[in-house]
Design a protein around this ligand. Structure first.
Ligand code: FMN
Length: 180
């Protein structure tokens, strides 16, 4: 699948079938995460892949933003020790979030190209999920990516038009590339 096609086809999926995500599919998806760019190439990330139904249910209990019961999910975590050591405070507080966002987008696009659905979830209790996964204090879960076969693909939520959000060369020229 072309990248542009995956970008347009990816939807946030909130209802999954019971069909499991194979280990190979998860490997492919996780591989795409580590090829995301990262500030200073620090790669202060860590990913916990979860397929155990009981663990997924436990996580869901602390994730009001998680809908349905996905057969798999990836917990994208910031490695704060590595981020601080190599990127200082900026590394720990800013870059890790940017890096993880890019890694999650990679995973969702590759999931889409494999015919899987996904949804990134920020609305969850980080402390509770840390405890459930047995994460050390220096590893902070930032985003969940649910994965599975979509039971329903929702229509694309509308996007603000390009002309409204793009300014050419400098602010104040939204939508007016012509006529400059
Ligand atoms: C940072 C971030 C946090 C999000 N958190 C949640 C969430 O907690 N629960 C959820 O169902 N969707 C969540 N989403 C998905 C958005 O609701 C979704 O991307 C948006 O409505 C556009 O729909 P689309 O992804 O199908 O294009 C999140 C997306 C982003 C980028």
């Amino acid at each position: 699948m072309e990248v542009q096609e995956a970008i347009r086809r990816r939807r946030s999926i909130r209802r999954y079938t019971e069909e499991r995500v194979t280990h190979e599919q998860l490997q492919t998806i996780l591989e795409s995460a580590i090829w995301a760019p990262s500030g200073g190439n620090i790669q202060a990330w860590l990913f916990v892949a979860v397929t155990d139904e009981r663990m997924i249910r436990d996580i869901k209990a602390f994730a009001p933003g998680m809908f349905g019961l996905p057969p798999a999910l990836v917990v994208a975590c910031a490695d704060l020790e590595r981020a601080r050591a190599r990127g200082g405070r900026l590394g720990a507080e800013v870059l890790t979030i940017c890096d993880l966002s890019m890694a999650c987008q990679n995973m969702m696009l590759v999931a889409c190209s494999l015919g899987l659905g996904s949804c990134v979830v920020r609305s969850f209790n980080q402390t509770a999920v840390s405890r459930l996964l047995g994460l050390p204090a220096s590893i902070r879960p930032e985003l969940l990516v649910t994965l599975g076969t979509p039971a329903r693909i929702p229509p694309a939520p509308p996007r603000r038009p390009l002309e409204e959000v793009v300014h050419w060369e400098r602010f104040g020229s939204a939508g007016s590339r012509e006529g400059r």
